[in-house]
Structure formats: C-alpha cells, structure tokens
Design a protein around this ligand. Structure first.
Ligand code: ADP
Length: 177
C-alpha cells in the first residue's frame, strides 16, 4: 500500500488516554495494511531514553530522542505513533519542525479525571510526596495551543477519539497522495 510517512504525536497528562488511544490507532492502521511503529513513552524510557529522569532538561532530551527516531522513520514512509506526556510546548514545536509531516493530538482529560482513574497509582504517590516532579501535580503541563486533533477523553468514548485521529490521518494521506 502507498503510504506517506508521518508522525502522529499524542501529548497529554498521565492517565489521559495516550497509550489506550495510540495502541488502538496502531491496531486499526495495521489491520488496514499500513506499516506503523508505536513509540510509547513508558517503554521508550526503558530502552532508548533509559537513565533519563524528569527534570526539564531530561524531559526535553527524552522528547528530542523520540523526535529524532520518529524523524528517521517518517522519512522512510513509516507511520509513527508516539504516546508521550511531552509537557513542554517549545520542544514539541522543535520536533514538529524536524519531522515535518507531523500531527499533534492533544489527549485532553481534566486533572481530576486523570487522578480519579489513577491507572498506575502514580497520582496517589505524587500527592503523598513519594514521587517528585509529577506532571500536573508538582510539574508543569503546557497544553498545545493549536493541536491538529483534540480528544476530550473525559466525555468521548475511546472509539470516538480513535475515529477523530484516523479521520485526520486519512485527510492527510489523501492530500499528500
Ligand atoms: P496515558 O497513556 O495517557 O498515561 P492510559 O491510556 O495508560 O493513559 O490510561 C487511560 C485510562 O483511561 C485507561 O484505563 C482507559 O481505559 C481509560 N479511559 C476511559 N475513557 C477513555 C477514553 N475516552 N479514551 C481513552 N482512555 C479512556
């Protein structure tokens, strides 16, 4: 199948739904015959960016490395799906510039919702002071100003959010075909 390389970059708070939506987008596109690579922040941090912490410098370095790999894959016409908190606006802009064919998806859920879900029990630990520099609690999150897609996961179903991402993806593929 003819495909135009691009990176679909999911940003948002921990527990907002990046992994859930990202992996479903990957499954659907793979089923349709696209060649897709998924770079999930939690996994990337155990390999490519192992050893980096959560200071601003380390978070930016984490995003730059993910951005670099995404750039290489995109250049070779792979569809890359990234799920990473990526809290800082400036470095997100930087990787957008580097990659070119870039779609920013804001996985938006209120802090309250994310905290109630507390999928990994991290908010509880952050509130108890057991983890420092936790995005949304003791560390900043700079939302996208003009995302290509915005998914409000506290009021949309997973399927609705996934459809929004796929629709934008198909629009992009058609325009660039
Ligand atoms: P993140 O990768 O952003 O840290 P996860 O995908 O790991 O977030 O967790 C999000 C949680 O929220 C999952 O347990 C998921 O089932 C739940 N959830 C509920 N509604 C939605 C929705 N509309 N979109 C995405 N996730 C949702």
């Amino acid at each position: 199948m003819k495909q135009v390389g691009m990176t679909i970059w999911l940003t948002g708070l921990s527990g907002a739904g990046k992994t859930t939506i990202g992996s479903e987008v990957v499954n659907r596109l793979t089923t349709q015959g696209y060649k897709v690579e998924f770079l999930d922040g939690d996994i990337v941090r155990t390999k490519l960016t192992k050893g980096l912490g959560f200071s601003k410098a380390d978070r930016d370095e984490n995003i730059r490395r993910i951005g670099f790999v995404s750039h290489l894959l995109t250049k070779h016409d792979v569809i890359v799906v990234v799920a990473a908190i990526s809290p800082y606006l400036e470095v997100r802009q930087e990787v957008r510039q580097l990659i070119g064919n870039f779609m920013e998806v804001y996985i938006n859920a209120s802090l309250d919702t994310c905290e109630q879900r507390d999928v990994k029990g991290l908010y509880k630990k952050a509130r108890a002071g057991e983890i420092t520099s936790f995005t949304g609690v003791t560390d900043p999150y700079e939302p996208p100003l003009n995302p290509d897609v915005e998914c409000w996961t506290d009021r949309e179903s997973i399927d609705e959010s996934v459809q929004k991402v796929l629709q934008k993806f198909w629009d992009f593929q058609n325009v660039n075909d």
